[in-house]
Design a protein around this ligand. Structure first.
Ligand code: SF4
Length: 362
């Protein structure tokens, strides 16, 4: 196994070919941890500006721990997978309160912090503190299943175990953090999902997938579930030049973010019916539903939404927040001060256009 996954060849390649990335120029555990959290499910090029802004705003665990939730969420806005942000913030508050502001260097202590799973624990603890823990992410899955031509479904228990065993054996005592980063780097820039650059791969000699000429057959994916599409009706409730936005509860999907009121369109409902029901349930008002502002679709990891945004006014009642939620009447210029999910943000230009044509609406 060690011949196929040869750490020396890999590290030699990494020393010459690794990309210069902001989090590779520091030994600061907080910064490296932040980069690992931001990089989950997200491309390096997307992460870099977020990482730099975040570090500038919150340079230490305590600076982040002391910041208000809304400010932190606003900094994360657009990066998606917001649970990462909530968990990182909770973890920094534990670091401040229980560890004197220092990131713990004991893996068992570190992994008890919010949002720290086996991958994050192995990555941070190996890179920063030199613990010999092998980190397995999607890139490593791809490299290892190709090296050993693993035929089972990559999410299956047997293959996951085999991947972990392969890297646990190969990771060296010296430079375990560089080994982990080298594996991820190889998957990111050489052993890519499509058309891997085997000619420039340091592990090409022993790679079973290359020898078989079946590089793109690995990793073997399971049956893909059909992603459901949910139609959603939203309202731009307008009153006295201001627009009503509501804050989602502090837990659950898109926790703590702001959005236009509305909700899922149920079977048998048209858009206006759905809006009237949702605004009555959510805000306790009867709306007058006006013109359609526009429609957008947005994909989350397990479902898609099709959002239809309507101009509306309150015909009866006074909008009040449900328990655990907040409401705010704001001008459209003030949208930039609050954290909105990407799906709502896609509607902003459509709303701006509608307001140009219909200035009397505001
Ligand atoms: S030889 Fe090709 S398929 Fe095998 S690990 Fe290297 S890049 Fe990936």
């Amino acid at each position: 196994m060690t011949d196929i996954l040869n750490a020396s060849l890999l590290l030699e390649w990494y020393d010459t070919h690794r990309r210069l990335l902001p989090w590779r120029e520091t030994g600061d555990p907080y910064r490296i941890w932040l980069s690992e959290v931001m990089l989950q499910q997200t491309q390096v090029a997307t992460v870099i500006p977020y990482y730099e802004r975040f570090i500038k705003a919150f340079p230490t665990p305590t600076a982040l721990a002391d910041a208000p939730d809304d400010r932190v969420l606003k900094m994360w806005e657009g990066l998606g997978y917001y649970n990462r942000c909530h968990n990182f913030l909770k973890a920094m508050r534990r670091v401040r309160d229980e560890h004197g502001g220092q990131v713990p260097d004991i893996p068992s202590l570190f992994s008890s912090l919010p949002g720290v799973g086996p991958y994050t624990c192995a990555a941070v603890q190996s890179i920063v503190f030199g613990h010999r823990l092998a980190a397995v992410d999607g890139n490593v899955n791809r490299v290892v299943t190709r090296l050993f031509a693993m035929e089972g479904v990559v999410t299956g228990a047997a293959v996951r175990r085999a991947i972990q065993d392969a890297v646990d054996i190969a990771i060296p005592e010296e430079r375990p953090g560089d080994f982990n980063q080298a594996m991820m780097e190889l998957g990111a820039i050489v052993c890519t999902p499509r058309r891997p650059d085997c000619l420039h791969c340091p592990l090409r000699i022993g790679c079973q997938a290359r020898i078989l000429g079946r590089q793109e057959s690995f990793p073997v994916q399971g049956m893909k579930k059909k992603v459901p599409l949910y139609p959603v009706a939203l309202a731009v409730l307008v009153d006295d030049g201001k627009i009503l936005v509501q804050k989602r509860p502090a837990t659950g999907h898109l926790a703590g973010m702001w959005e236009f009121p509305g909700g899922r369109i149920l079977t048998g409902e048209d858009h206006a019916m759905a809006l009237k029901r949702c605004l009555s349930e959510e805000l306790g008002v009867v709306p007058e539903v006006g013109l359609l502002v526009g429609c957008v679709t947005h994909a989350y990891s397990h479902f898609k939404v099709e959002l239809s945004l309507y101009l509306a006014t309150v015909r009866e009642g006074t909008a009040l927040p449900k328990k655990g939620q907040a409401l705010a009447w704001i001008t459209s210029e003030a949208f930039e001060t609050l954290a909105f999910p990407a799906a709502n943000r896609k509607l902003f230009p459509l709303l701006a256009d509608a307001l140009k044509v219909l200035p009397s609406a505001i």
